[in-house]
Design a protein around this ligand. Structure first.
Ligand code: SF4
Ligand code: SF4
Length: 164
């Protein structure tokens, strides 16, 4: 995005392995094997996916996500690139085991304000490795009802309480 002043800067949440990618052996807790102390060791030849093409919502949407919500600081890599019927879907991937409560609250409010579904992951880590991953979702009542018709394994869905 040429007019977007944001860059990843000091955030390396993608390369740290929190975005799982089998082609690069990215695993939560282990990070990318191409990482060096100076950054990406194969920067010039890094692959298109996920390295060149992935941009998180913090990077894409500076008007919506505050500066302090950079993923390495908020603990959440956010993505707003999928639709569920008429809704955009907010997905949040923890940088670490779980999204910190204050960031989770902020994201919940973001989703409520826009009346969009909010899907987030929770991990259980043991010995620095992920041993379990759970997907949770909160959303408008119609979203929850639609998802109940075809739930994924381990998915838990609730409807938003509508607030004035
Ligand atoms: S999470 Fe976002 S800001 Fe951080 S490295 Fe990835 S794309 Fe850049
Ligand atoms: S190849 Fe480079 S840019 Fe891609 S995840 Fe690994 S360290 Fe990051």
């Amino acid at each position: 995005m040429t007019n977007n002043p944001r860059t990843c800067g000091g955030c390396t949440a993608c390369c740290d392995g929190w975005l799982t990618d089998k082609s690069l052996n990215l695993e939560p807790g282990s990070g990318c094997p191409n990482r060096t102390a100076e950054g990406c060791g194969i920067y010039e030849t890094r692959p298109e996916k996920p390295c060149r093409s992935f941009t998180c919502a913090w990077l894409q949407r500076p008007d919506e996500f505050p500066e302090a919500f950079r993923p390495d600081q908020s603990g959440a890599i956010c993505i707003v690139d999928r639709d569920w019927q008429q809704w955009k879907v907010l997905r949040a991937i923890p940088v670490g085991a779980n999204i910190p409560p204050e960031s989770h609250e902020w994201l919940l409010q973001y989703a409520k304000d826009r009346q969009i579904p909010y899907i987030y992951l929770e991990r259980r880590m043991e010995g620095g490795r992920q041993v379990h991953l759970k997907e949770q979702a909160l959303g408008p009542v119609q979203f929850a009802e639609d998802v109940k018709k075809a739930p994924g394994l381990n998915d838990t869905f609730w409807g938003f309480v509508q607030e004035e």
